[in-house]
Ligand binder design. Structure first.
Ligand code: BTN
Length: 261
């Protein structure tokens, strides 16, 4: 494994503490698992692990994550203060990815709460936040320059890549720079207790507030109107009964067609 030092990438990327240490690998099982190992051997805040491909990429809820070459597969080690947990940091990751998709690729990304970025109705990026001792590891996967045929057959109808949408390859260095800069701004805001920045980006980019949503929670059907997001990144739904309820990521599975595009 090659470790790049702070001066190799920090200054190039224009970030402060994020990417102070960057581990770059041709192939990894999962950058999440590798970051977890690095945390247990003392990795500091802002350590980044990037792999060109992953053989056992991890998605949310125990799902796998297809990680062919051409994507950006990255994990960031954070030590947030107090009770800042994975949920709001996952949303910060999604907002940063959506921002970078706009700035570096000129595409409009829609955030599908709690962790996906959709472009033209198909999934282009996914984020996962996991606790590891006192750290939170935020994993960001972006389908950057991937031909649709390189995805597993079952994903070809629902996943897309930025290059497939644009018709040409996106500069991965420019993309990474935008993503990490944006993520650092949002993480800094969240860790100093200012979640409004993330929440307002979510409102702007999710297209969710005002929309009818339906899903299931603890085996029960939930129907209502999404009205916004809680400070912790929960989704606030006005139920058809008029009651407002906050759902944390993981508590509510939204039906696909109710929230995309
Ligand atoms: C999801 O949408 O289910 C979340 C996907 C997260 C994928 C990224 S790729 C980099 C990091 N390493 C992993 O194994 N998973 C995350």
């Amino acid at each position: 494994m090659k470790q790049l030092s702070a001066c190799d990438l920090n200054s190039v990327l224009g970030t402060g503490f994020i990417a102070g240490n960057v581990y770059f690998l041709r192939s990894a099982g999962s950058t999440q698992d590798l970051a977890r190992t690095l945390v247990s051997s003392g990795a500091g805040e802002g350590t980044v692990v990037i792999a060109e491909t992953q053989t056992m990429g991890k998605g949310r809820r125990g799902a796998g994550w297809a990680s062919p070459p051409g994507g950006l597969w990255m994990s960031v080690v954070l030590f947030p203060p107090g009770n800042t947990g994975p949920a709001i940091l996952t949303l910060a990751g999604a907002a940063a990815a959506a921002g970078a998709i706009g700035k570096a690729a000129g595409l409009k990304a829609v955030i599908k709460w709690p962790n996906d970025c959709f472009v033209n109705g198909k999934k282009a990026a996914g984020i996962i936040g996991e606790k590891s001792g006192g750290a939170v590891i935020v994993g960001i996967g972006v389908n950057l320059n991937i031909a649709i045929e390189a995805f597993p057959p079952e994903l070809r109808g629902t996943a897309t890549s930025l290059s497939a949408e644009k018709g040409y390859e996106i500069d991965e260095n420019i993309f990474l720079k935008e993503l990490l800069k944006e993520f650092e701004v949002l993480y800094s805001a969240v860790s100093s207790g200012e979640t409004e920045e993330v929440i307002s980006r979510l409102k702007e980019l999710s297209g969710v507030p005002g929309r009818s949503v339906s899903g299931s929670c603890g085996g029960k059907k939930v129907e209502g109107t999404a009205v916004g997001f809680g400070e912790d990144g929960s989704l606030v739904i006005r139920l058809d009964s008029g009651l407002h309820v906050n759902f944390a990521a993981g508590e509510l599975a939204l039906e696909k067609e109710t929230i995309e595009s």
